[in-house]
Design a protein around this ligand. Structure first.
Ligand SMILES: *Cc1c(COP(=O)(O)O)cnc(C)c1O
Length: 354
């Protein structure tokens, strides 16, 4: 039986995408060859790469606005360094909203001065700081749109004239925002777009070429853009599966269509957390993530019972991250509303038992 998959990452993909990508492993397009045993320079794969890049810009509403989409390797984690390599001349400002922001800061600090413009470390990152200043002489401002571990999400992005960089690994393509307010967006595929192995980077071309340092080729966005995202062998299977997911998203009405679904799921989830006296939410209400809902039992003695009920109902991977504890329900684009219904049912059943 297929489980209700609440995994935080790598995470659920649409069934039809899994089916199509598994077929391509055996025989791509009836060619008599597997997708993963053909040249990345073949027309078949170049077409896949170009379609994936175009779909990414189209779905974000960034076509014809001076942006390029790249599918790179090394995960979102390598972007922590790559962003700084390409943009950092003197100093940059970072918003620290959790473990991933902190890692981004740590990597960039190897190159130059990084200032935390604000941090929610004082409350174990259960909220998003607001009302801070971003000095206009910084090279760029960096933030994390959705904090996968803590279950918080930036709803209103700060206004600034300096380039804005955003790690959107766990909520890209999930909601309608003005994506053109950012100059670089990056996202590891394995949360809301595809399998692990590729990272989408969307770069506004005119912000590049302004630092004095020499940038190693593999870290240079300009080199990757010039090579059509084929500077070296791309992760062909991850790019293909991401392309299929983006195509699936387009057929669901794109970001507008999926946002509606995501809001339904989040409303259902959080109303159970708020109304059921056995649970409390972890994140501050106004900053709650529509992707990762974090919550705790009010009575830890019920843990064993609750866990076995979850297991019985086929609900998988709702255990919280070790730095927060409790539970985390990740409700990415591909998670059906029915899975949230199943989880909420178990939560209310626990209430009637207790
Ligand atoms: C998972 C995650 C990362 C790390 O991604 P990798 O691809 O494993 O390097 C970075 N940022 C956020 C917000 C994440 O959720």
């Amino acid at each position: 039986m297929k489980k209700h998959n609440f995994s935080a990452g790598p995470s659920i993909l649409p069934q039809e995408v899994l089916l199509k990508s598994s077929e391509a492993i055996m025989d791509y397009n009836g060619n008599g060859l597997s997708l993963i045993e053909i040249s990345h320079r073949s027309k078949d794969f170049v077409d896949i790469m170009e379609k994936a890049r175009a779909l990414a810009l189209e779905l974000l509403g960034l076509e014809g606005k001076g942006y390029k989409a790249l599918f790179l390797q090394g995960g979102a984690s390598s972007q922590f360094l790559m962003v700084a390599m390409n943009l950092l001349e003197k100093r940059a400002g970072y918003l620290n909203t959790g473990a991933w922001s902190a890692k981004a800061i740590k990597e960039a600090q190897m190159l130059d001065d990084i200032y935390e413009v604000a941090s929610s470390a004082n409350a174990n990152f259960n909220y998003i700081p607001k009302g801070f200043d971003i000095p206009s002489d910084y090279d760029y401002f960096h933030c994390t749109s959705n904090n996968t571990i803590f279950g918080t999400q930036i709803k209103d992005f700060p206004k600034t004239d300096i380039p804005m960089v955003c790690d959107m690994s766990s909520d890209i393509f999930s909601r309608v925002i003005d994506y053109s307010q950012f100059d670089i967006i990056y996202a590891g595929a394995q949360k809301n777009m595809g399998p692990a192995g590729t990272t989408l980077v969307v770069v506004k071309e005119d912000i590049l070429g302004k630092v004095s340092r020499k940038i190693p080729s593999i870290m240079d966005y300009k080199k990757h853009i010039g090579a059509g995202s084929m500077f070296n062998t791309p992760p062909v299977f991850a790019v293909y599966t991401s392309m299929l997911t983006l195509d699936w998203l387009k057929s669901k009405g794109g970001v507008v269509g999926i946002e509606e679904e995501n809001e339904k799921k989040a409303r259902l989830m959080y109303s159970e957390i708020d109304l059921n006296p056995l649970f409390t939410g972890f994140a501050a209400k106004e900053d709650r993530s529509n992707m990762n809902a974090t919550f705790n039992l009010t009575n830890e003695n019920l843990k064993e019972t609750f866990d076995s009920m979850l297991k019985e109902a086929g609900i998988s991977a709702v255990n919280g991250h070790r730095s927060v504890g409790g539970y985390r329900a990740s409700m990415y684009n591909a998670l059906p509303l029915d899975s949230v219904k199943a989880l909420v049912e178990v939560m209310s059943e626990l209430e009637s038992k207790a």
